[in-house]
Design a binder for this molecule. Structure first.
Ligand code: BES
Ligand code: MN
Ligand code: ZN
Length: 497
């Protein structure tokens, strides 16, 4: 179990407890607080021995000298003062959280000389701590040896900065972001036997506590609406599908909403076009898009964002079964367009086709952004470092790319075009759901594009980034929660009154 972190801010604390953490730029002095923690100046000698200069996210961990009010001192490097960017504050916070084993009380001096520390930076540092501290251990009944020797169950953190009260205010928003990212990670990490469509819908319903309006459409509702594409995927599972519709009305009543749509395949076996066994367990994470949308709705409601937002998630399980759909089947989507199902493993686009159409038809949003663990091909193209971005609108795409850089949840735009579009024309229906190996991520995006009309739209293919990406300063979890910080940043920067 990771310890609970309780974070407070102070302007000038009385230094005590078991650990002091200091931040230092490589080309500047130690911050105020150093002299108090290290009265005999042991740090300089230790730094020489360890060749510690303060390079970005480097650490020097020393026993405090006699006369210090603390037991231990950790100095974290920020790199060159002028090169510190917004995301470095999250990373520094994450690095700080990584040294808290067996610590009850820690004081962290973040005002590194030469570096500008805004209230937002202080809040981001705290956010980095909360995100790094996350671990998913719901199902571990036995503790590891080192944990039995008693790490602190609760760590009291005091972040010391000149404008502590402004930092504290900024932290309220950061806390909302942490909760949203952690909600998304939990949903992705949860196994599919525990989290089916109904259970996921119940999680969405819990957002009502924050003032989100939540409707859950049942199979019957979706039949009435003619959602044949989504229902065709669901028909092989004994677990009935759901569509959750979440609305946060933080803007003016007359303002059009912005909309986010998520793929929520709680497990993707591939269906009759079954996947190979190796690694199939990862397909419990095939609802990463829906998790990000749910996490984002949590953030926006918790920080009372001044914007109208719709979140829609299609929740289904893709199973092989006597009643499962077959390759060659033709289904009719809510839009009226018919689809030949060439490959039952190309199911995400079928779910999104109806979810996107429904969203556009009912809400006439200013834009729609969908998130989906849609194709293995995007991993081939971009690895785990960038999610694929597809859009019919350059302004929306540019805003997303900028938000990607600011949040360090990075996107790379890939093309759409008529010549790709024709690859999904079908011999028997209006379109087919799969067209072979070439340009697999693009043809999937072309398919979605046929269900968004003229509305500005972007599709984020997060198959490489939502899960199983390498751990870093702020994430050690299999499910990363990718997309929540990105889209919160997008909304903040461009769409809030
Ligand atoms: N859920 C998968 C995509 C995926 C692959 C997500 C790896 C995460 C990691 C999706 O439903 C799928 O199976 N896509 C197929 C499409 C193909 C049949 C056209 C794929 O990528 O192979
Ligand atoms: Mn699939
Ligand atoms: Zn899938």
């Amino acid at each position: 179990m990771s310890a609970k972190i309780e974070i407070g801010f102070a302007k000038s604390p009385r230094l005590s407890g078991d650990l002091a953490i200091l931040l230092k730029a490589s080309d500047a002095e130690l911050p105020a607080g150093a002299a108090e923690a290290d009265p005999s100046g042991v740090f300089g000698k230790a730094a020489d021995i360890a060749k510690f200069t303060g390079k970005a996210m480097g650490k020097l961990d020393i026993v405090a000298p006699h006369g210090s009010p603390v037991d231990r001192i950790v100095v974290i490097g920020l790199g060159k003062a002028e090169a510190v960017i917004a995301h470095d504050w999250l990373k520094a916070g994450g690095t700080a959280a990584s040294v808290l084993k067996s610590v009850d009380k820690v004081t962290i001096f973040i005002d590194a000389p030469g570096v500008e520390v805004s209230p937002k930076a202080a809040a981001d540092f705290a956010l980095g701590m909360l995100l790094r501290n996350y671990s998913f251990d719901t199902y571990k009944t036995r503790k590891k040896d080192d944990e039995e020797n008693g790490p602190a169950k609760q760590v009291k953190v005091t972040i010391v900065t000149a404008d502590a009260s402004a930092a504290k205010k900024a932290f309220a928003d950061a806390q909302a972001v942490a909760e949203g990212v952690i909600l998304a990670r939990d949903l992705v990490n949860e196994p599919a036997n525990i989290l089916g469509p109904l259970e996921f819908a119940a999680k969405a319903k819990e957002l009502e506590k924050l003032g989100v309006e939540v409707e859950i459409l049942t199979e019957k509702d979706m039949k009435k609406l003619g959602m044949g594409a989504l229902l065709g995927v669901a028909q092989g599972s004994v677990r009935s599908p759901r569509l959750a519709v979440m609305q946060w009305k933080g803007g003016k009543a007359k303002d059009k909403p912005i909309a986010f749509v998520g793929k929520g395949v709680v497990f993707d076996t591939g269906g009759i076009s079954i996947k190979p066994a190796g690694g199939m367990e990862d397909m419990k994470g095939d609802m990463g898009g829906a998790a990000a949308v749910t996490g984002l709705m949590h953030v926006l409601a918790a920080r009372e964002a001044k914007v109208n937002v719709v979140g829609i998630i299609g929740l289904v399980e893709n199973m092989p079964d006597g009643n499962a759909q077959r390759p060659g089947d033709i289904v009719t989507s809510m839009s009226g367009q018919t689809i030949e199902v060439i490959n039952t493993d190309a199911e995400g686009r079928l779910v999104l086709a109806d979810a996107l159409w429904y969203c556009n038809d009912r809400f006439k949003p200013e834009f729609m952004i969908n998130l989906a663990t849609l194709t293995g091909a995007v991993l081939v193209a971009l690895g785990t470092q960038h999610a694929g971005l597809f859009s019919n609108n350059d302004t929306l795409a540019d805003n997303l790319l900028k938000a990607g850089l600011a949040s360090n949840e990075r996107l790379w735009r890939l093309p759409l075009g008529k010549d790709y579009d024709k690859l999904i024309d079908s011999k028997f229906a209006d379109m087919k759901n799969s067209s072979g190996r070439h340009a697999g991520s693009i043809t999937a995006a072309q398919f979605l594009k046929r269900f968004v009309g003229e509305t500005p739209w972007a599709h984020l293919d997060i198959a490489g980034t939502a899960m199983s990406s390498p751990s870093d300063e702020i994430n050690q979890s299999w499910g990363s929660g990718f997309g929540v910080r990105l889209l919160d940043e997008l909304v903040r920067a461009h769409y809030e009154a």
